[in-house]
Design a protein around this ligand. Structure first.
Ligand SMILES: [Zn+2]
Length: 263
């Protein structure tokens, strides 16, 4: 009995040792499986997924532009650029802007559009840069102040309602050259932004605002400045209109469609 018991016990001990050995082997294998793949792929995975601390600035950046004020102009800027427009404010730091229809300081006394941006079609923007180069080569370099650039068709309708005179405002059904992004209203300025004297104020309906006016009620200096503006813009590929010294059309404007993309 005792012998049998001892034998039985030693068999039990052997079985237990075997199980413990199997358990240890299993644990070692599990450890190897878990450990090695993470070591081998670690480098690749680190390249594919940046550490958390690296993506945090991106998250902050994204949330910073989610406010309505920031995203809306960006959306319209993209829509305009897709349609071939250039933001003139991004073209040169030498320019000045006094976008009158974004204020009540215009002949209608009303705000015609909500933002003081200045967009032109690419061809017109290239002409503007050419004109700036001519002005900058002068002994006393000059620059431009922009009054009006691209005008959405909806703004043209507002202008027509405020002043339905086809000599000065294009009929909405005809479409303004401003709505094609190929017309610009501007004047000359010194480098510090001081406007040069001109025959009249912007958007004046007086005869003195006409390109061919040479009467004595306007100073010689103002007439010379107007003629300089006309000469520079013509050299840069623009044509002028008889009744407005500030208005110029880029040649080829007929090829560009009337647009109604809001700012
Ligand atoms: Zn104009």
């Amino acid at each position: 009995m005792n012998n049998n018991f001892d034998k039985h016990q030693s068999i039990n001990k052997r079985v237990n040792r075997t199980w413990i050995a199997v358990l240890i082997i299993c644990l070692v294998f599990t450890g190897l499986i878990l450990f090695f793949p993470s070591q081998n792929n670690g480098g690749k995975e680190n390249n594919a997924i940046p550490p958390v601390k690296d993506i945090t600035p991106q998250i902050i950046e994204a949330s910073a532009i989610t406010s309505e004020q920031e995203t809306l102009p960006l959306f319209h800027d993209n829509a305009l650029k897709t349609a071939g427009f250039v933001n003139i404010k991004e073209l040169s730091p030498l320019f000045y802007f006094d976008i009158r229809y974004a204020t009540t300081n215009n002949f209608t006394g009303k705000v015609i559009y909500d933002t003081d941006q200045c967009y032109l079609q690419k061809e017109a923007s290239e002409g503007i840069l050419k004109a700036l180069k001519i002005l900058q080569k002068r002994d006393e370099p000059l620059t431009f102040i922009f009054y009006d650039c691209y005008r959405p068709q909806s703004a043209q309708e507002k202008l027509w309602l405020a002043y339905p005179n086809p000599s000065y405002v294009a009929r909405p059904e005809k479409g303004s050259r401003h709505s094609r992004g190929m017309a610009v209203d501007l004047t000359l300025a010194k480098q510090d932004g001081t406007p040069l004297p001109m025959p009249t104020e912007f958007d004046s309906f007086k005869k003195e605002a006409h390109m061919d006016y040479n009467g004595s009620s306007v100073s010689k200096e103002a007439l010379e400045n107007r003629d300089l503006l006309k000469k520079v813009m013509t050299e840069a590929g623009f044509t002028y209109t008889r009744t407005e010294w500030w208005h110029f059309d880029k040649t080829g404007w007929k090829q560009k469609p009337v647009q109604n993309i809001d700012f």
